[in-house]
Ligand binder design. Sequence first.
Ligand code: UDX
Length: 437
Amino acid sequence: MTVIGTGYLGAVHAACMAEIGHEVLGVDVDELKIAALAEGRPPFFEPGLADLLARTHAGGRLRFSTSLREAAEFGEVHFVCVGTPQRSGSFAADLSHIDAVVDGLGPHLSEPCLVVGKSTVPVGTAARLAGRVADLAPAGDAAELAWNPEFLREGTAVRDTLEPDRLVVGTGSARADAMLREVYAPMIEAGTPYLVTDLATAELVKVAANSFLATKISYVNAMAEICEATGADVTRLAEAIGLDDRIGSRFLSAGLGFGGGCLPKDIRAFLARGEELGVERSLRFLREVDEINMRCRQRTVDAARDLVGGSFLGKRIAVLGAAFKPDSDDIRDSPALNVAAVIKLQGAHITVHDEEAVDNARAAFPHLDYALEPAKACEGADAVLHLTEWRQYRELDPARLAAVTRTPRLLDARNALDLPHWRNAGWTVRALGRPAA
Ligand code: UDX
């Protein structure tokens, strides 16, 4: 099989497919990325991926290339895993990468084969691409297209791929269904639910799931706003409502809200597609979900400003965390860096620490300062902002850290630190959605 597009999704998918015994060719237009992968080096941080690449590489089951012609000659199944980012100046998804893959691959598809879309796309894209594949493939009905959305989370991507909650396959073809059952045989044998749907449902499953998750996070963050207005504690509220099985406690952590390469752009692309389809009323609530989420960033900036006495001018602020979430070096739409950049604009001096994302952060936000140790970032700080909940920060010694700051003031915008512990070490502590003391 081939895996076209070797970003967070494709690189993990390629390595996992090789791990379960398939012969895999990974393909990307980015020569640097392909060169790194060909040497067994992941081009980004993802726990477990380096080991998997080394193993599958050594086993000879995983190779890389930049040629779509080679891909067409090599594979019976072609997984398309390229990005569908937010289009500039619009909420809609940019489908230029996925269109380019289908247009580049299609004319070379001479043997019977299956093109499988995994990228997140606006509903209706798969049907359009299925027509395109049929038109382009020289041997008429040799090539067909199915849709198989991916639900992996960065940070647990390897496990999510090898042990998925479910497999969803959009196809009307018995041949495509049989091929994908063969591809995923180890997972199906292990009891993973395998759902076959039409193309549109498969596309929608992905955006509906991401919209639901985003809504859950914004719901609890709206409750955090109510808690702030009433002196209640959102972490206890979430704990209590989460014990109801029907609600569940996962994705109910209040704080700085969601970012990353998926949830924000997926709900916006869904809104844009809803408008095109004339069903915008059904999705209008996602506008509110997005607004609540963006407000989390503003509330964090406001809480930090209050903490340092009402103005950032001339203040030194330490920022713990740059990645959009822990166990990732991904800074796409990172709430942490968004907050850091806004505070910088308001006159503060910012020093950012992150275990894995410093290089990416520095490239995107060169005007911020960076430190390789949390204590270095906190040297002389007027306040410390905890913006991405890396485990490392839960293990910090608040007493030792207090000694290097100018004033030991902490804002926990992820509700992940042991606040009494910090208070006992002399820190003035604030947290989003929780009372001041
Ligand atoms: C998400 C979906 O979870 C995954 O199924 C899909 O395939 C891709 O998009 P990912 O973007 O890797 O995955 O991250 P996720 O773990 O969902 O977190 C997204 C954001 O929500 C992060 O910024 C995280 O910090 C935030 N979040 C998550 C919260 O603010 N509160 C929570 O309770 C959970």
